[in-house]
Design a protein. Structure first.
Length: 610
């Protein structure tokens, strides 16, 4: 059955929202299986909706994606949304495409900070939730307790009476069952489908024959170019129809529909017609942006678009000017980097691109360091090479005073790590607002400057032996909170270019931690290790041992070095200081000083201190 033959009252558009790792993407897999979207013998990859390589590797959803399943007479469009705070922009624009929301909550962990974030957006958009308490098969699962906690959260977020009376279902996405009551039999997903068709309202469709649609997402195909994705508000659209793109500046632009797409199972299918109420894709324009209105009439009224939380951090991207530039990547020019960043900003609405006045340097504003790290990682996999700065917060002038962004931080840590975490928060100008202990773990809520969060996640993992959970939400702009030192160490900086030697590294190792191993190529100004003291120390990793009559130079090779500390991209970006950069290539991640020449760097430091 295609949507061309379906009435809008048989369509259900729903977003699935949850905290990271509460089983949302696994649940979508089960809905696809139970609807008969796959043949019995078809091999389905787990978490099929996470199609980006990085999504699979990180185990999180980054891009909002849509699919649909047929259940009886119904067509159910499902939009899978990210659960990490840095990708909040993806969640916010999805709310314009759907008429209901399914909240997935872990039966052991309960509602977390990100649950609150996405739920707040959904309730504010007037969407009615269906709640699925997942993982009830987990040891120590507390489904009834979680139901109470979700209801408390509804009250806190000022849900309407209708939203508060949401249906609750319990089950296991992994094992493929859902039930209305905990006493019911563990059978299949039917109760969940029934709840969706009963409690999620059909799309509101405007009367009238004229086609109108708000662009909520932009896709790209090598065959047809840009594809505008959104929910059809009124009328219908077919291939060959004339269409108007109503731009934000008010100038209408005429185009002709070259293709209409529907989303089903894990594929994008050509459709003969896009009907009112359905989520579809339309191609035929050279340019189209998220938030624009598509209409069959140039005089049509534009549709309102959701306001998005502001970007709070800024990073600069620049051309690699190091001595190894162009050796490992094939996309190295400022024009290639600029075009790629502009393309990213068009399909990723919570990222903003800015020129700097320098031909080789560009600024990217975003919601968090992880969001930018994902973009940089994509670029290096595409063959790009470049330099990235440490994130800095975007400050504002309010009433003549400098203000900076603050976030509400939610932590859950083992009881024995509370002291260390509170000390770390104090160092980062965080103020603990509330604490509660439960079964060996303590939940903390704090207000902290966004600057104080940069690099905190890695510190938290060390303080809690990997057991700490954190999430954060933008709160407000407040007066600048003064100096925050998140790194209390200096660096070991190479003075020479060449290949690092075991003999030299063994001597350097007595000064601090190494970031390189023997045989790695280094250059002047490259950071090769960490100095436990606050100053930077020049070192020579290329120095070889002289041959003497007593011992051959090669005999040292049997002595081993401590394994080098290798940084992930995200860790490197958060580790570097303001006078340092991360050199990113398809093959390597290197840390370096902004100014490579030691003497020039010394002169600049003297200038600043005087």
């Amino acid at each position: 059955m295609t949507s061309s033959t379906i009435q809008s009252d048989k369509i259900r558009n729903l977003a699935i929202v949850a905290h990271v790792d509460h089983g949302k993407t696994t649940l979508v897999d089960q809905l696809l299986r139970h609807s008969g979207a796959f043949r019995d013998n078809q091999v389905l990859e787990e978490r099929a909706m996470d199609s980006m390589d990085q999504e699979r590797e990180r185990g999180i959803t980054i891009k909002a994606k849509n699919t649909s399943v047929n259940w009886g007479d119904y067509l159910i469009n499902i939009v899978d949304t990210p659960g990490h705070a840095d990708f909040g922009g993806e969640v916010e624009r999805v709310m314009k495409m759907v008429d209901g929301v399914m909240l997935v909550v872990d039966a052991y962990e309960g509602p977390q900070a990100q649950t609150r974030f996405v739920l707040q957006k959904a309730l504010a958009s007037g969407l009615n939730p269906v709640v699925f308490v997942n993982k009830i098969d987990r040891p120590n699962a507390r489904p009834e307790e979680m139901q109470d906690l979700v209801l408390e959260l509804f009250l806190e977020l000022e849900a309407s009476e209708e939203q508060f009376n949401a249906p609750f279902l319990f089950g296991s996405a992994r094992d493929g069952y859902a039930k209305r009551s905990l006493d019911d039999e563990d059978k299949d997903m039917t109760p969940l489908f029934e709840a969706i068709t009963e409690f999620v309202p059909p799309p509101e469709v405007e009367e009238g024959p004229d086609f109108r649609m708000l662009v909520s997402n932009v896709d790209w195909s090598d065959y047809v170019g840009r594809i505008a994705v959104g929910k059809v508000l009124s009328g219908s659209v077919r291939i060959g129809d004339p269409i108007w793109r109503l731009r934000k500046d008010g100038k209408p632009e005429r185009a002709k529909v070259s293709k209409v797409f529907e989303y089903s199972a894990l594929a994008t299918n050509d459709a003969s017609e896009g009907v009112a109420g359905n989520i579809i894709g339309v191609s035929g324009f050279e340019e189209v942006d998220i938030g624009e209105t598509l209409a069959g009439d140039a005089e049509a009224e534009t549709l309102p678009f959701v306001e998005i939380d502001p970007p709070t951090v800024m990073m600069s991207f620049s051309v690699n000017d190091g001595p190894m530039a162009g050796r490992e990547g094939d996309r190295v020019t400022s024009r290639e980097i600029r075009d790629r960043l502009i393309k990213e900003a068009r399909t990723n609405i919570s990222i903003k691109f800015e020129e700097t006045g320098e031909a080789t340097e560009f600024k990217v504003n975003a919601r968090g360091a992880m969001q930018v790290a994902v973009v940089v990682e994509e670029m290096r996999r595409e063959g790009f090479e470049g330099l990235v700065s440490r994130p800095t917060v975007i400050k504002k002038e309010i009433d003549g005073r400098s203000h900076e962004p603050f976030e509400t931080l939610y932590l859950e840590v083992p009881d024995d790590a509370v002291g260390g975490c509170m000390q770390s928060l104090a160092n980062r100008k965080g103020q603990v607002e509330s604490m509660s202990a439960n079964r060996g773990r303590t939940s903390l809520q704090a207000t902290i400057p966004t600057r104080g969060l940069i690099g905190f996640e890695f510190e938290l993992l060390n303080l809690t032996s990997g057991e700490g959970i954190m999430s954060h939400l933008f709160k407000e702009y407040r007066p600048d909170s003064g100096d925050i030192r998140t790194r209390r160490t200096g660096t070991l900086v190479s003075m020479e270019k060449g290949e690092s030697m075991t003999y030299a590294l063994r001597n350097i190792e007595t000064r601090g931690k190494l970031f390189i191993g023997a045989g790695d190529e280094v250059y002047e100004g490259m950071i090769v290790g960490e100095n436990p003291r606050t100053e930077d120390l020049p070192v020579n990793p290329t120095k070889a041992k002289h041959v003497t009559n007593h011992r051959a130079a090669g005999s040292d090779k049997t002595e081993t070095l401590t394994p080098a500390l290798r940084f992930s991209l995200e860790r490197a970006i958060e580790y570097i200081a303001s006078d340092e950069l991360v050199e990113v290539t398809p093959k390597n991640i290197r840390l370096r000083k902004r100014i490579l020449d030691f003497n020039v760097r010394k002169r600049e430091t003297k200038k600043i201190s005087s």
